[in-house]
Design a protein around this ligand. Structure first.
Ligand SMILES: [Fe+2]
Ligand SMILES: [Fe+2]
Length: 505
């Protein structure tokens, strides 16, 4: 029954997304009409475009519809979850429309070579991923080619020597420059690196401009240089516009980008500031968990920035009552005066409180989900044991367990393991690699026994990699230093014998 209901919900969501796609298509056609008006501004001229040969407009609408259909079908088979969110559909549509519109305006009023042809590719890369960026860039190149061809863009844009047949230029230019940008921008992690990227994209751009101009033949070498200059300007416009527009998309659609994830882990973020001052123990614990999670994410080929940011915020729910958690206590333990049931309730609520706090602060959903899922449905052993002792064995394990849900992503699973491993490592008297390995293995095995990984597609091989990575990292963090000699120097720089202090760890 429950399965049928969820199937019906998914079906209605997919139908909703198809309707939103249809609506976006209608809006896109209205934008094309606006572009036709911009291209034929003289009185009565733009109406003549429709009355002279309406079939041109009709062909353009059908070609555009087919391209929109390809985008819908791509997501339908590749990523249904993405498609079921209306905001995702609007985001894809906005990116395509905005990029086409900006390229059309710059091509019309500045130069056809100054179009920011890599803009869509870069935005899609940073907002989604490489695979989606390549598909969307391909559709964008075709869209621009169709619109250029059917709106007589080249015939009217007064480009010296470029005939209408050279509309293929937009196809070649968009596809090559966009794909080149996607492949080279993968390693860009800073906003400064984005500007440097403009230089890299300029290389294929200038080559294409010169190659396409050779058969047509420009008037002089000055014309070649001017066109190449406009091409370079277009590349820098792509990266600069991408930098300007990304914060808008990040805010309006609550998207994750590598830049936003880096900003989230900055010491100036309000929740991080609060964590540092109101719950310093939790803050230090989160820093170590972040280090472990980031290393594990790199080992698994997952998003390391997301792992680090999610780990920073995983225990932010403890801000509600920081003194109730061991790492923030110094001597006095509030739980000595509470019933085990109430204590367990306070402890387990930090996962849900964190989720609510992060949602209220408009942090990305992926980060908030980790806060809710990082303890899954695990029992709170200390208070369950206390309740069993007090009640003489009459305690329900459900009253002493976290409310879940269990991790739904590999990042959440990594943080679940890293969180427990970091806490457990503090209690190991002899932190040798063998002892740390035994503890981490038992943590993973216990979570497997309790079905904590059934909702995420993590494999045994990946769990083994996580174990090995955490053992190596924790053994490194808690390495033993050499014993210092028991001497101290006084002001006169004379050595003084002091009693033994023990080893520094
Ligand atoms: Fe926690
Ligand atoms: Fe934690």
């Amino acid at each position: 029954m429950k399965k049928e209901t969820s199937k019906a919900v998914r079906g209605s969501k997919l139908l909703g997304s198809a309707l939103i796609f249809a609506l976006c298509y209608v809006l896109f056609i209205l934008f094309i009409v606006l572009m036709i008006f911009i291209n034929n501004p003289a009185p009565g001229e733009w109406q003549r475009y429709f009355t002279d040969d309406f079939s041109r407009f009709l062909s353009m609408c059908i070609c555009t519809l087919l391209l929109f259909y390809i985008v819908y079908y791509y997501y339908y088979f590749e990523n249904k979850e993405f498609l079921m969110s209306a905001s995702n559909v609007f985001l894809v549509f906005t990116l395509l429309t905005l990029s086409v519109f900006i390229c059309y305006l710059l091509g019309r009023f500045v130069s056809v070579f100054a179009r920011p042809m890599a803009l869509l590719a870069l935005l899609a890369l940073f907002l989604f991923n490489r695979r989606q960026a390549i598909i969307l860039n391909f559709v964008f190149s075709l869209l621009l080619f169709v619109i250029d061809t059917y709106t007589d863009f080249y015939a009217l844009s007064n480009v010296a020597g470029v005939a209408q047949t050279e509309a293929y230029f937009s196809l070649m230019f968009g596809f090559v420059c966009g794909t080149f940008a996607i492949l080279t921008a993968g390693s860009v992690k800073t906003r400064g690196g984005m500007l440097l990227l403009g230089t890299f994209i300029s290389i294929p751009t200038v080559i294409i401009i010169l190659l396409l101009q050779l058969p047509v033949g420009a008037d002089s070498w000055i014309a070649y240089v001017t066109e190449a200059g406009f091409g370079i300007l277009g590349c820098f416009l792509s990266t600069a516009l991408c930098l300007c527009l990304l914060p808008f998309f990040e805010f309006a659609f609550n998207c994750l980008t590598v830049f936003r994830l880096r900003e989230l882990t900055s010491a100036n973020m309000p929740l991080i500031k609060r964590l540092r001052t109101e719950a310093p123990g939790t803050f230090n614990h989160s820093l170590i968990v972040a280090q472990l999670a980031e290393t594990c994410a790199i080992a698994l080929g997952e998003n390391a920035e997301l792992a680090r940011a999610a780990a920073y915020y995983h225990d932010v729910g403890k801000l509600k009552q920081p003194q109730c958690f061991t790492e923030n206590q110094s001597g006095y333990n509030v739980h000595d005066e509470l019933t085990p049931e109430l204590s367990a309730d306070i402890i387990r609520s930090h996962a849900r409180d964190g989720y609510d706090l992060l949602k209220a602060a408009r942090l990305p959903k992926e980060v908030a989900d980790v806060a809710r899922e990082h303890h899954g449905t695990l029992p709170i052993k200390y208070f369950y044991d206390k309740a069993m002792r007090i009640s003489g064995g009459d305690a329900n394990i459900r009253d002493y367990s976290y409310l879940g849900p269990t991790p739904h992503s590999k990042i959440a699973a990594i943080i679940m393991i890293a969180d427990a491993a970091e806490a457990a490592a503090r209690t190991i008297p002899e932190r040798t690699p063998e002892n740390v390995e035994r503890v981490v293995r038992s943590i993973i095995e216990e979570r497997m026994d309790l079905d904590q990984f059934v909702d995420c597609d993590i494999t045994m091989r990946e769990l083994t990699t996580i174990k090995a990575t955490i053992v190596e990292a924790l053994s490194g963090v808690h390495h033993h230093r050499v014993k210092y000699p028991s001497i101290r120097f006084n002001r006169a720089r004379e050595a003084v014998e002091v009693p033994e202090e023990g080893e520094d760890e």
